[in-house]
Each structure stands twice: as structure tokens, then as C-alpha cells.
Design a protein around this ligand. Structure first.
Ligand code: MLT
Length: 391
């Protein structure tokens, strides 16, 4: 379609410079977001899936149906097999970075790109499965190397499962590992996919549409996710909760009103698509009741959930005053031992690798196998009268 052809949908002036908000640009087979009922993976509300094995949910996103018992075993075995070989060149790139420097999300984008340099086969499914399989070790390496620890031996146990191998590589065991795995698996499943239009997914698919590799596409998606208006909001949300430092409703109300009058954001509320409380927020708060009911930050979160929506509802331009997925995830991750909020977005990124790669594969299979064409939306020139240099 050329730039001069009329658009398929009527685009009005107020749609321009609005971040494509609400404008249909494609189709999505992995998930959809109902504004009230939240995200559904291949038709299942996420609450039906959240207590499953994470590999089964990944299988669902790729195959558009849940696996049988045997398929589940085979898929886990395939991932474990693919994880056995970790390209060492990629790890050397990370080892050359200064421990603690930059944001962990920059390490994640760099690590994925470095995996691609060592490892791209060019076969989209193979590259996608290799990436999904090798993410736990990449994540664990980033945690260790940023903390200044160089792993001498390779202590990966892919047979344990994706999340379990990650905590194992962090050196966590016993009851502590059980609690961590429970929260991480839950978080992982809740964050795997969110329709096609969220910024990281859209960016990954846009890059992939130019036929870039899976690694380059997912690395770009992770860079998109690193922004404070997107994935990094989960880090900001726990920092915000800690600044409040109380679960008293009146203190919270005056804190929130103070933030609003200073034009500062209220983290953990609102969403581009949802128009009710995000079911993922409710599910995380229910998990918090099980895992850390007396944690002081978790108690602040629960009071925020009650106190903030009526305050935000007083502001006419706010279309969704309700809690989103970020409200409780940080408090839960912290309560099971992840003390540094700047790592939280890497968990979000790791989770979304599955959804984004599945969507890229779907787009590559579109139009009878020809794939979606390279993304090329139209931008309308503004303040650019034709000029000539004077000779
Ligand atoms: C989310 O998980 O809520 C998102 O990635 C944000 C969005 O859908 O735009």
C-alpha cells in the first residue's frame, strides 16, 4: 500500500501524534485484552492459567492449544535440551561490562543481541525456542555478573524447568527456593503476553517485519520495555510505595494528593486499554495474602488499592483510575528475596520473550506464509513548507 492510498479505517486529526492509540494495525492470535476482564491467552482468562507450569503456557502461546501430558513432557525436554548449550561468546560480551554499570534492562538487550551474534541459525522456530530455553541462564548470568561474580563453573540444571533453573543458578534452595519459584512462576505467566499493541511487542514485531533475526527483534523489544512508561513502571512502583512508608489510609490519601498537586505520577494505576482493575493486580494481591500478608510494603499496596481510585476518579481526564499489574508485583518480588527494584523489569522482559516470539512467528506465517510486509505507517508532514536553498 502506498502512502497516497486512502487508509482502510477512518483516521481523524485527533488520532495523529497519539501513539497510534486505539488504531487497528494488525491481528493477534496469542492473546487479547478485554477492557474489563483483562488479558486472555488464546481465549483463556489468565487467571485460569496462572497456577500451571510455565512451559505449558508457553506451549499454548506457540501452538494455540494447551499440551497433552505427553506433549508437555516433550516440550519441557526440548527446552531443556536446547538450554544445555549456552554460546560462551555471548557470555564473554557480558563479562566485559563493568559490574553494576547501567540498567539491568540494557544488559538484557545486550545479552540477547550477543546470543544472536553467537547463535542465530536463521530458522525462526529454532531461534525462538533456543532463546526461550536459554533465557534462564542469561538472566542468572546477568544477576551474577552485575553483582561482580564471575561464575567459574556452569551450574545450569535445565531439567528443573525454566524458573526453577534460574533460582537454582542463583544458589537458592529449600523453602526459600519454593517461595521464590511460586512468586516468579506466577509473575512469569501473568506477564507473558498482552495483545499485540503494547510497545515492546509492537516494537519487536516491527523490527522483525524487516526480516531481522529473532534475537535482534527481541533485543529491540527489551529496549522498548525498558522505558519508565512501559515495563520499568514496576520498578518505579515499588520505589513509590517505599516513599509512602505507611499503610494508614489518611496518610496515603494526603501523600497521593500531594503527588498529584506536584504533577508527579501515581504509579500502579491506569492503563492504555483496561477500563477496570487489572485482573493481574487482583491475582497478585491474592498471592500476596498467601506469601507476605504482613509485609509492610504489601500492606501499603493494599491500602493504595482502596484509597487511590476514588481520588483519581475526581480527575475528568483520567479514564482508568484502577490498579494495574505493577501495583503489587514489586512488593511480592521483594518479599521473596529480590531486594533490588531495578531488576524487576528484567523479569517482565524475560516473561514477554515467549509472547513476542510467538507473535513474530504468527506474523511470519501470515498471508499464506508470505508474512506481514515490512511495517511502514504514514506520517503527515507538519511545519515543513517546501524550501530551496538560495543559490
Ligand atoms: C501490560 O502488560 O499491561 C502492557 O504491556 C502494557 C500495555 O498493554 O500497553
Amino acid at each position: 500500500m502506498g502512502d497516497d492510498e486512502p487508509p482502510i479505517f477512518e483516521i481523524r486529526e485527533n488520532h495523529l501524534d497519539s501513539g497510534l492509540r486505539g488504531i487497528p494495525v494488525g491481528t493477534c492470535q496469542t492473546s487479547f485484552v478485554d477492557p474489563i476482564k483483562g488479558v486472555h491467552y488464546v481465549g483463556y482468562p489468565v487467571e485460569d492459567l496462572v497456577n500451571m507450569e510455565e512451559e505449558d503456557v508457553i506451549y499454548l502461546l506457540f501452538n494455540k492449544r494447551l499440551p497433552t501430558e505427553q506433549e508437555s513432557l516433550d516440550f519441557r525436554a526440548e527446552l531443556a535440551h536446547r538450554a544445555e548449550e549456552m554460546p560462551t561468546g555471548a557470555l564473554r560480551v557480558l563479562e566485559s561490562l563493568t559490574p553494576g554499570a547501567g540498567h539491568p534492562m540494557d544488559w538484557l538487550s545486550t545479552g540477547i543481541l550477543a546470543l544472536g551474534i553467537s547463535d542465530t541459525t536463521g530458522d525462526l522456530r529454532t531461534d525462538s525456542m533456543n532463546l526461550v530455553a536459554r533465557m534462564p541462564e542469561l538472566m542468572a548470568r546477568i544477576f551474577h555478573l552485575r553483582g561482580g561474580k564471575k561464575l567459574q563453573t556452569r551450574d545450569s540444571r535445565p531439567d528443573l524447568g525454566l524458573v526453577e533453573n534460574f533460582t537454582h543458578m542463583l544458589g537458592i534452595s529449600g523453602k526459600e527456593a519454593d517461595r521464590m519459584n511460586r512468586v516468579l512462576r506466577f509473575f512469569f505467566i501473568l506477564h507473558m503476553d498482552h495483545g499485540g499493541g503494547n510497545l515492546s511487542t509492537f516494537s519487536g514485531k516491527a523490527v522483525a517485519s524487516g526480516r531481522a533475526s529473532i534475537y535482534a527483534s527481541i533485543s529491540s523489544a527489551m529496549s522498548a520495555l525498558s522505558g519508565p512508561l512501559h515495563g520499568r513502571a514496576n520498578q518505579s512502583c515499588l520505589e513509590f510505595v517505599k516513599r509512602i512508608g505507611s499503610d494508614d489510609p489518611q496518610e496515603i490519601e494526603s501523600f497521593v494528593r500531594g503527588e498529584l498537586s506536584s504533577k508527579r505520577p501515581i504509579y500502579g494505576f491506569g492503563h492504555g486499554v483496561l477500563r477496570a482493575e487489572d485482573p493481574r493486580a487482583r491475582l497478585l494481591i491474592e498471592l500476596g495474602e498467601e506469601i507476605c500478608p504482613d509485609d509492610s510494603d504489601f500492606r501499603t499496596v493494599k491500602t493504595l488499592r482502596e484509597v487511590v481510585p476514588p481520588i483519581l476518579s475526581e480527575i475528568p481526564k483520567i479514564s482508568n483510575p484502577y490498579p494495574n499489574v505493577d501495583i503489587a508485583s514489586g512488593a511480592l518480588l521483594q518479599s521473596v528475596g529480590f531486594r533490588k527494584p531495578d531488576y524487576y523489569t528484567t523479569f517482565f522482559g524475560w516473561s514477554r520473550v515467549a509472547g513476542i516470539t510467538a507473535q513474530i512467528l504468527d506474523e511470519r506465517g501470515a498471508r499464506g506464509g508470505r508474512g506481514t510486509p515490512i511495517y511502514r505507517p504514514k506520517y503527515i508532514p507538519r511545519n515543513q513548507p517546501v524550501r530551496r536553498l538560495e543559490s
